[in-house]
Structures are given as structure tokens and as C-alpha cells.
Design a binder for this molecule. Sequence first.
Ligand SMILES: [Ca+2]
Length: 422
Amino acid sequence: MLLSHRRGIHLLFSRGLLLALLLSLGAISAWAAAKDAPEAAGGTFRQWLTEFYPLAAEQGVSAAVYSQAFAGVREPDTRVLEKARYQPEFTTKIWDYLDARVTPLAIQQGQQLGNRHARTLAAIKARFGVRPSVLLAIWSMESNYGAILTRTKRLHAVPRALATLAYADPRRQKFGRSQLLAALQILQAGDISAAEMLGSWAGAMGHTQFIPSSYLAYGVDLDGDGRRDIWNSIPDALATAANLLAKNNWQSGKTWGYEAVAPPGDQTGLVGTTKTLAQWEELGFRRPQDQAFPRPQDRAVLKLPAGPKGPAFLMLKNFFVIKRYNNSDFYALAVGMLADRIAGYPPLVQPWPRPPWSLTMTEKYELQQLLKKRGFYQGVIDGAIGSASRRAIRAFQQQAGLAVEGKPSRDVLRALRRQPSS
Ligand SMILES: [Ca+2]
């Protein structure tokens, strides 16, 4: 395991079968000893780090940089493994996803930050061809305009987090190893100090949340201080995001897609097919409020994110370029819609097919506030109903003698409003 396959074979032929056998026996007995002595598990992680170093050295990482990257580290980061194991116990609907991200606050902050960083954004537009509102929307989605970077207790030392995945998460071993090598190259280049290299459990870093390999591919030093600093420099972080989009063939001057009204009937069979906007019009697809499609020869893909009863979308090339950032239709739609709102365009015309029991965004805030007031919820009031909010709903339902299902419904809200504060 500790030698790569290729290097193991090289060893076998260059130094002989006997040596290779002896080495593998040695590795087996060391493994057996570690297994018999669970208190030595930390030592095992240290040993893994020692044995990983030659691979880093091959990438030009000095011993000094390597030991700095793991200074004081004895054990894997168990919080990383907990977060890696987490699976949401419910599926999010598109309207709940968008409610939590395309919020009045995110739009307002995006507009204010757009004014504050107008010169930077204009320079990025000139160099990479990406309009400011798209970059502001990505910044909001990725780090809440940098707010998550200030909650350092929730962040992880990136080299340790990636080594943990490589060492202890079989499903992410390959990812952990390759990203760790990339992270060490960033440290070697001196773009950031080891102590400042903080990120998510999976190694996403800075204002625009780049994993180390993407950082190496797209990092930009826009402010010209000689370092590509996506952690502390907003110009660098936004330019790096723009560079990713540009290098993936962003089409300057074009939008991401159009809200469309589908013709009567179930159009699910056409989802994912590509036609020109003119051809979609011939099939009966229209923009709401009888606006014309600009450039009818542009090719577009049909999406029905909420199924046949919800609004249709005709997605242009840039929608799929946004997905290079995060390979999710929900994500790309949220970036596109938030960007449009920041740029001053109106919201969607057609409603989402929300079930009758579901709550509006204002009601979700009220639900969380009441759960907090009644002592069931300790999380943030952000209108995003995740696991913690659902646990709180279940706890409340149990105490109130209601059916325990944890759904953020109108019934639950009514029951909470009736219950006096404890
Ligand atoms: Ca810089």
C-alpha cells in the first residue's frame, strides 16, 4: 500500500525478488504489531506521514515545508471523518434549496459588495470576460461572501484533513493523496503559510472554496503582491473563480439560460435534449410575459428541475460551465438566479409546485425562531431547514404529543405558535 504499484514493480526487478519479499514481510509484521497495540494508532498516522514524504519530495516539496505542514500533528482529524460520513437523511427540493440561497440578504449584500469591489470586478471582466454578478453569486454560494472563513473553529488544517482522508477513508483515499500532494506544492510555492492553510473537511479553501488541484490549475494573483492568496485577497479569490470559468469556455456576454413556459402536456421526455432556441420555440416553448429569446440560433438544453409541474428552463452553454465549479444542476441554477437578482433582473415568473403544507421563507425563519425560543433548537436562524432543524421539530412533536415526522410543515408552525414559551 505504501509504495505505489509502479514503484513496487520497479523495486522487484531492479533489486531482486528477495529484497522485495523481505520488505513486504517487514511491512506485514509492522502492520500486525500496530493492530495488536491500538494505543499506537497515533503512531501509525505519524508513520503514514513519514512514509508519504517521498511522494511529496518527488513533487519538489522540501522536508522543511513537509514538517511545517504537519507541525504538532499526531492523530488524524476525527472531525473530518465524521463530516465525510455524514449523509443527509432527506432529499432537498429545488425550491427549498433556492429559498436558502437566493435570499433578500444575499442579493442585497451582493449588490453592496459589487459596488465596493467595482474596480476589481471591472478588471476581472476585462481580463476573463465574466460579468461581476456571476462572481458575486459564486462568492455568496461558496463562502457566504467570506463569512465562513471567520468561523475558524469549524475549519480544518488542510494538510491534516487531506492526510486523514488518504489514511482513513477508503472511499476518498485517492482524492486525499492527490489533493494532499497539491496542497503541499502550494505551501512549497509560498502562497500561504501552513498555519493559515485552512479549509473545509474536504480541502476546499478560501473565499471561493478551491480544492488544492483546482487552485494549482486556476489560481490568479490579481492584486500583484506575488502570491495567489484566495484566503485573504478578495481580488485573487474572485479572479481565480473567473479564471476557472474562462478556462472552461465561458461565453462572454451571454447569460446562463432562460426561464421558459412549456407547452401543455408532460415534456419530461425532452429533458436533457439540445436544440436551438428557435427549434424550442417551434415546439411551443416560450419565455414568460412574451419576451423574445435573444439570439434564436443559440443551442439550449431543456431542464425541468421540479418535474413537469414546475417551470421549465432552457440552459445555455454557461450553465454547464458553472457546473464545472460544482457538478450540480441545483448549484448552477442558484448561481444563475442569484447573479440575475444581484444584477437587478426580476425573480422567476412561474411558481414552484410547492406542496400545500410547505412553508415560505419567512415562515421557515419563524419556525426556527420559535423552536429556539422553546428550547428545541440551538443552531443559526437562517431559514435553511437542515438536520438540526428537523431534529428540533421531532423533539417538539414528541413533547407536544404529535406525530413525530420532522417535516417543516404549516401544522408544526401552527402548533408552535400555540405553545407558550417554556
Ligand atoms: Ca495576491
